[in-house]
Ligand binder design. Structure first.
Ligand code: NAD
Length: 304
């Protein structure tokens, strides 16, 4: 569907998780790649697989929160490929402890901000300057559903960082719009990767997430990749400053049902198509009392 032949794409956090999947998808679409993350061994493995798909690949290790690393990786990418057309600001860390904000430690808070927000800024600035000189470029920041509002997930630092990244996307999108550089974000809902696997799969939290997602499931990495490639591509030539949510409807919903709501059972002559979903959580006892509906609406009021 996408054609990135002749384009050079820099992906941060490409050693595993979503970044690894993005690398394979861009390689399949004909792109040349600059891949970066901290671990050389893992990154080299991804790079080799992309070379086998026909891409010219630069593998450059570095920490996104270290300014000198960022400058070195971008310089190396430009030296090897002559240009960088697309930046995917994907590297990110989260904190799975579920700590309440009132207990959250400064060290972890600062670390998450420095990787998820400041690191993304370093890359956007360094690649952005080069793209502005070329008069064209496309940046896609990987945000999160958790950067689009509050949640009960105990993620104060992550939501602050991703919320900042979302607004930075709009700010850069605005400031660079008339100079040929587009800046957008993709905000995934929950996707099983190395980051989330311990909670989602090992603890079974994927089922809990599914109950509060209108599509009743967690997402798949390919569904995020499609959105990233669209915004990175020239097909999105009039789109900038946008945060595209890939979240199964979560952001659109004003809270969604964790057990099938009782009013799904009221209008038996006009049942839902298809019928309501299987409850994941047990129905509470008091629920039975409401099954028949609203007195006077769904059944006659009791005689006085
Ligand atoms: P992951 O932990 O599986 O992979 C993260 C990648 O970033 C790895 O390649 C890792 O090496 C790299 N990385 C981490 N810190 C780095 C640093 N300081 N410098 C350089 N590289 C670093 O995570 P993932 O699920 O693939 O997440 C990718 C992005 O998607 C992140 O920005 C994450 O916040 C975001 N996201 C993930 C989900 C999800 O459910 N998985 C949901 C919303 C957003």
């Amino acid at each position: 569907m996408f054609d990135f032949k002749g384009k050079s794409v820099l992906i941060t956090g490409a050693s595993y998780g979503l970044g690894e999947q993005f690398a394979y998808a861009f390689a399949d679409a004909g792109a040349d790649l600059v891949l970066t993350a901290r671990s050389e061994e893992l990154l080299e493995g991804v790079g080799e697989a992309c070379r086998e798909k026909g891409s010219k690949v630069t593998v450059a290790t570095g920490d996104v929160s270290v300014e000198d690393d960022v400058k070195r990786v971008v310089e190396q990418g430009i030296a090897d490929h002559g240009k960088i057309d697309v930046l995917i600001n994907n590297a990110g860390i989260a904190d799975m402890r579920g700590l309440a904000p009132e207990h959250f430690d400064s060290e972890t808070f600062n670390r998450i901000i420095s990787v998820d927000l400041v690191g993304a800024f370093f890359y956007a600035r360094e690649c952005g300057r080069h793209m502005l000189e070329n008069g064209s470029g496309s940046i896609v920041n990987i945000g999160s559903i958790l950067g689009n509002g509050g949640s009960e997930n105990g993620v104060i630092a992550y939501s602050a960082a991703k919320g900042g990244l979302r607004n930075m996307t709009m700010q850069l999108g605005t400031e660079w719009a008339d100079r040929g550089v587009r800046v957008n974000a993709v905000s995934p809902g929950f996707i099983v990767t190395e980051m989330t696997r311990p909670a989602l799969e090992a603890l079974g939290m994927d089922k809990w997430i599914a109950t509060r997602t209108p599509m009743r499931r967690v997402g798949e990495s390919g569904e995020v990749t499609n959105a990233v490639m669209f915004l990175a591509s020239d097909l999105a030539s009039y789109i900038t400053g946008v945060d595209l949510l890939v979240d199964g409807g979560t952001n659109a919903s004003n809270g969604t049902f964790q057990i099938p709501p009782i009013h799904h059972e009221w209008n038996k002559d006009q049942p839902m198509i298809p019928s309501s979903y299987e409850p994941v959580q047990p129905r509470p006892d008091w629920y039975q009392a409401l099954e028949a509906g609203v007195p006077g609406v769904h059944y006659p009021l009791p005689e006085e």
